[in-house]
Design a protein around this ligand. Structure first.
Ligand code: HEC
Length: 329
């Protein structure tokens, strides 16, 4: 059998990033009494994920320790505040929304992890953050299903709050996809770690760790692609809840970022197939932009054109998935 440390492999990002910035505790005084949440604070015995305004897929891994999606806008942070959340930990690559958190006296800690799991140093750092920072704590990735639940599960075991079986069961409640076997393995093979070892972990807890190159590019790509999905849902017109979106410009930004990544130094070191997938994805995004650019502002594409746009969108998704299946998941 392989030793655990080799199996829960090292793909933590930004752990030693020189751009990490650390800012001391930013506790705003809690002036008003906390508002009562419309949704009660989820507990560990809740057998299904909970949604609240601006938050999705919230699952508790301990009393006052929640995993879920990235808080969306004011409503997401208001929901956290109404639960009395004092610390938010992001394990996602995206730069956290520090302004909205600070405005509510909530501290942000940014400790990104990969989809394959995370290394021992990041595990102890996360354990120390969850052990020592003020609770309730909300730990999030993007969708709140895979990496945040994986991190919460592993740390719940590392701190002795749960058995690996219980933590894996909570990951299943959160909807962690079975294909993220590295995340499941981290939790299944975790064990309680002595307090002294956790106290030896870094405690400078950056509020933002800027990911470099590929990860940053993927975060941008994901945001743009989400916007384009809203455009698609609106019949390839400007979505009413995003009146500022310009469909062709979003497709152009997607194509641009993919092209930039294709030229990125780390990507240049990847196998030829990886580079070919990146180039193909950029061309597909370009064809989406070209077609969208033909429609006058505010015009609704004919159903024939909408079909063509849908077909290109499916090809783009297939390329994202092909590369992730081979090189990420
Ligand atoms: C040629 C390969 C390739 C293509 C094409 C690709 N990706 Fe990725 N993507 C990756 C790799 C590799 C990672 C993992 C980076 C890491 O963690 O080091 C990743 C990571 C991500 C992440 C996670 C970022 C984070 O927070 O850590 C998202 C989201 C993502 N990709 C979305 C997309 C979308 C959407 C598309 C298609 C429009 C796409 N990707 C196309 C290779 C690709």
């Amino acid at each position: 059998m392989l030793p655990t440390t080799l199996i829960c492999i090292a793909l933590a990002q930004g752990a030693a990033s020189p751009q990490s910035s650390t800012v001391p505790h930013a506790h705003a005084p809690a002036s008003a009494a906390p508002q009562r949440a419309a949704t009660p604070l989820p507990t560990v015995d809740v057998a299904a994920p909970v949604d609240a305004p601006g938050l999705h897929n919230v699952v508790a891994f301990a009393p006052d320790v929640l995993s879920g999606s990235a808080p969306e806008g004011d409503s997401g942070f208001d929901s956290l505040k109404s639960w009395g959340v004092r610390t938010v930990i992001s394990v996602d690559g995206a730069v956290p929304d520090l302004d909205r958190a600070k405005a509510r006296g909530i501290r942000y800690v940014h400790l990104p992890i990969g989809y394959h799991g995370f290394d021992e140093a990041r595990k102890l750092e996360l354990a120390r953050a969850l052990r020592d920072l003020p609770r309730p704590v909300y730990i999030h990735c993007h969708h709140g299903k895979h990496r945040s639940a994986g991190a919460a599960g592993t740390i719940a075991v590392t701190l002795g709050w749960m058995t690996p079986e219980q933590a894996v069961a909570r990951m299943k409640v959160a909807g962690t996809a079975p294909s993220y076997s590295g995340l499941y393995r981290c939790t299944a093979e975790a064990a309680k770690v002595a307090d002294a070892a956790i106290s030896g972990a870094r405690a400078d807890f950056p509020e933002v760790s800027r990911p470099a190159g590929l990860v940053k590019g993927m975060v941008d790509i994901d945001l743009t692609w989400d916007n384009l999905k809203s455009v698609q849902k609106a019949g390839w017109t400007v979505p009413s809840d995003h009146p500022d979106l310009v469909p062709a410009a979003e497709a152009g930004r997607l194509a641009d970022t993919l092209r930039l990544l294709h030229e990125d130094a780390t990507v240049k070191t990847k196998p030829a197939e990886f580079q070919a997938l990146m180039a193909r994805n950029a061309e597909q995004a370009q064809s989406l932009e070209d077609l969208l650019a033909k429609f006058a502002a505010g015009a609704r594409p004919s159903s024939e054109d909408a079909e063509r746009l849908n077909a290109i969108a499916s090809q783009i998704t297939a390329t994202c998935k092909a590369c992730h299946a081979a090189y990420r998941d």
